[in-house]
Design a protein around this ligand. Structure first.
Ligand code: NOJ
Length: 740
């Protein structure tokens, strides 16, 4: 008899999937734990990839010795595994299925850095709600997102997966995404359990080299790297993924201070911790643990409840022996089980273990999901330059338009990294979007011009065998380059679509340079030299060295990797059906030599010389944090500070309805530590009709003024004077002040 699913439990349960009456989740977990053997208890702590031969995995599932699977996306296969777990095991404990639902599932939304560039948490919430709905429709319960790593070194490829450099924007996007994935509460139908990752400090990898060690002072950790994670915990995130790298010489996955002292003791996190893939076994590789058994003991001690691994987990191989030897206690194993089982109960998996295979296809095909992806792509684009009002393209002004570049008609690249379940046939490239746009249709012709590829392939290229076109030989290369140049010469306008291929940013995609890969710069120079109008559309996940374009190409539109409907969105933006309103979520350097460069650096002893730190190049950014233009114009005025309430007027002084993101920055003028020259502490994206004027208001709260003091090893709120600015980016000049 299935003791853990009583008929009485299956009562109407409001909006949540688990019963609201009967025994509490804790009671059910305790009841279950009493019945579990030690092997079953250890089994729940393992999660395996479903790669290759399913037989060994099936054997574990059938014995009740596995807690979770990841990378299973076929609803029939999910049900097959789940039937084994629920019907063939003694205690009928369902598996929880996880997947990297990063920026969509079937409908691919713009990459996370793009969503951050929309400065629109409500949009991010909506996108992850849709991603959850689609993933849940195939039987997935758990997303390994959002990635909350602050990235201040754009050489690091995973900058594309996060919200950029700023803790405040990062925290807002974190909370929104958690709510989008999880819904009102854990267990909401059509939603997923969210995972905040990678805990913590992964974005500070030395040299921007993925997986390299991070060295971050406690003040930097607390003030910069941890706030998005704390915000996710406050938003109720259900799981945490421990990071791969050494944090101040202690691997994050063996770091009890992080996962116990901070996460559980200080933040009162109630969910469970999963390791990143193979990260427990890697404790040996790091030279931290003596062997796999030591790694097992130390990861469990540190707070890793579930181990994610390819092949057997270290936990499944070593925990029984470690327990027998007294290196871990049964209570430790049971505590980890408690965290995991409670989530399985709260997610309603005991009541609803299976997925409706027949219903999945319909959900995945929902047209509104594609519309939402288009709108998200339109809202995330950032207009970096628009000399002479070249954009939006004037109706009838150009009879022949050349569309040129390696990313202009590539579906895979339009989606970005971490897109596995997309339907490529419905992915709209920029070229395809322009072909059907009213302003450009019948006028566009395409030439690729150059080919771009990685020197060292990524393991994703190998695992997922993404179609890599055959490399061109040198004759082919010359021919294609010339063809593109001739096409531009024969046209009235060229739209260059340049940047990085999707596998050039993401995991294992760090770079030592911010240059445009391959011969793209050369192509851009050749096209610009023709003296005709040129629009540069950029697809990338990190800032690039744009010094030539910023000076010579009249219009530059950053569209990131815009997703399934990206091409339609870009065509709408170029033609003016949509107006760019996105803002940079990071400081855009002139070259990689400036890295790190962040807007929230400290005031130095020669602030007036801040732009002249290098003798050969300006040391100011090419584009500041928060920057982005519009097809309209905005002015900020009338700043008022009343106590902690800051208000200002934002006026659309142009003739087009458009969005502006009002941004609030503060600076503590003196105190127990030097504080950043500016810190973002509020923002609001507001739509204005032409000539419309609106008042924006922000309340500066105690939490916005507090900082972690390295000297006091505590959060402090000091008496001081605070400067405040409200404006359109981090160089805003409209200023006031208040005292605290
Ligand atoms: C490794 C990545 O670091 C992590 O972000 C991802 O969720 C897991 N692999 C699972 O694919």
């Amino acid at each position: 008899m299935r003791k853990n699913v009583l008929a009485a439990d299956l009562v109407a349960c409001g909006t949540l999937a688990f019963p609201q009456s009967g025994p509490t989740v804790d009671q059910r977990v305790d009841d279950l734990l009493k019945q579990m053997t030690t092997e079953e208890k250890i089994g729940q702590l393992s999660q395996l990839f479903d790669f290759g031969d399913p037989k060994p995995i099936e054997a574990e599932v059938a014995k009740g010795h596995l807690g979770s699977l990841l990378f299973v996306t076929d609803p029939a296969v999910i049900n097959r595994f789940q039937h084994m777990a629920v019907e063939q095991t003694r205690l009928h404990i369902p598996l929880i299925f996880g997947f990297d639902v990063i920026h969509g599932f079937r409908t691919i939304f713009p990459v996370p850095i793009a969503m951050a560039a929309s400065w629109d948490p409500a949009g991010a919430l909506k996108a992850q709600t849709i991603a959850a709905r689609e993933a849940r429709a195939v039987g997935i319960h758990w997303a390994f997102a959002p990635m909350l790593d602050i990235a201040r070194d754009p050489r690091w490829g995973r900058m594309v997966e996060g919200a950029g450099e700023d803790p405040y924007l990062g925290a807002a996007m974190a909370a929104a995404q958690v709510r989008g994935f999880q819904g009102e509460a854990i267990g909401s139908p059509e939603h997923l359990l969210a995972t905040m990752k990678h805990f913590a400090g992964y974005g500070a990898a030395e040299g921007g080299r993925d997986y390299d060690a991070s060295y971050i002072s406690e003040a930097q950790l607390r003030n910069v790297y941890l706030p998005p994670f704390e915000a996710a915990v406050k938003a109720g995130v259900g799981s945490v993924m421990s990071a791969y790298m050494d944090l101040n010489d202690v691997p994050a996955t063996g770091n009890r201070w992080l996962m116990h002292d901070v996460l559980r003791d200080e933040w009162k996190f109630q969910g469970f911790v999963v390791s990143d893939a193979n990260a427990v076994k890697s404790l040996v590789t790091h030279g931290f643990a003596k062997d796999e058994r030591d790694a097992t003991v130390r990861a469990l001690n540190a707070g890793v409840d579930m181990e994610m691994a390819i092949g057997a987990t270290a936990y499944s191989t070593n925990l029984a022996a470690a327990l027998k030897a007294g290196d871990v206690t049964l209570k430790q194993i049971e505590d980890a089980d408690r965290n995991i089982l409670a989530m399985k109960f709260r997610m309603g998996l005991f009541e609803h273990p299976y997925v409706d295979e027949a219903a999945a296809a319909k959900t995945l095909a929902t047209p509104e999901h594609r519309t939402a992806a288009r709108v998200a792509a339109e809202r995330s684009a950032v207009l970096l330059r628009n000399e002479g009002g070249l954009l939006p393209l004037k109706k009838g002004a150009y009879s022949k338009i050349a569309v040129v570049g390696p990313l202009a008609d590539s579906q895979v690249d339009t989606l970005g990294s971490w897109a596995f379940q997309e339907d490529l046939t419905e992915t709209v490239t920029v070229m395809a979007g322009l072909r059907t746009n009213a302003i450009t249709e019948g006028r566009v012709t395409y030439a690729q011009g150059v080919q771009i590829s990685r020197k060292f392939p990524s393991f994703f290229d190998e695992i997922f065998k993404l179609k890599q076109p055959a490399p061109w030989n040198s004759k082919h290369e010359t021919d294609e380059f010339n063809k593109a140049a001739s096409l531009a010469r024969a046209s009235d306008l060229t739209i260059l679509v340049l940047g990085e291929a999707q596998n050039m940013s993401g995991e294992a995609a760090s770079r030592d340079s911010l240059s445009l890969p391959g011969r793209q710069e050369e192509l851009m120079k050749a096209v610009t030299a023709l003296g005709k109008p040129v629009v540069l559309v950029l697809m990338n996940g990190r800032p690039l060295d744009l010094r030539f374009a910023a000076d010579r190409v009249p219009a530059i539109l950053e569209v990131w990797y815009p997703g399934t409907q990206g091409g339609t969105a870009v065509a709408n933006l170029l033609s003016g059906e949509a107006v760019p309103g996105g803002k940079l979520p990071f400081t855009w350097p002139r070259s990689e030599g400036q890295i790190p460069i962040n807007y929230s650096h400290n005031t130095t002893q020669a602030p007036e010389e801040q732009g002249k730190r290098y003798w050969a190049e300006e040391s100011t950014p090419l584009y500041p944090f928060g920057f982005g233009l519009s097809y309209s114009k905005f002015s900020f005025s009338n700043l008022k500070v009343a106590g902690r309430i800051v208000t200002a007027q934002v006026e659309n002084t142009g003739t087009v309805a458009a969005d502006e993101v009002a941004q609030l920055y503060i600076h503590q003028k003196y105190g127990g530590a030097s504080r950043p020259v500016r810190e973002l502490k509020g923002f609001e994206r507001v739509t204005h009709a032409p000539h419309e004027r609106k008042t924006v208001g922000f309340e500066v709260k105690d939490d916005d003024l507090k900082y972690w003091s390295a000297a006091k090893k505590a959060w402090v709120l000091e008496s001081s004077m605070f400067d405040v600015w409200v404006g359109a980016d981090s160089t805003a000049t409209l200023a006031g002040s208040f005292s605290n």
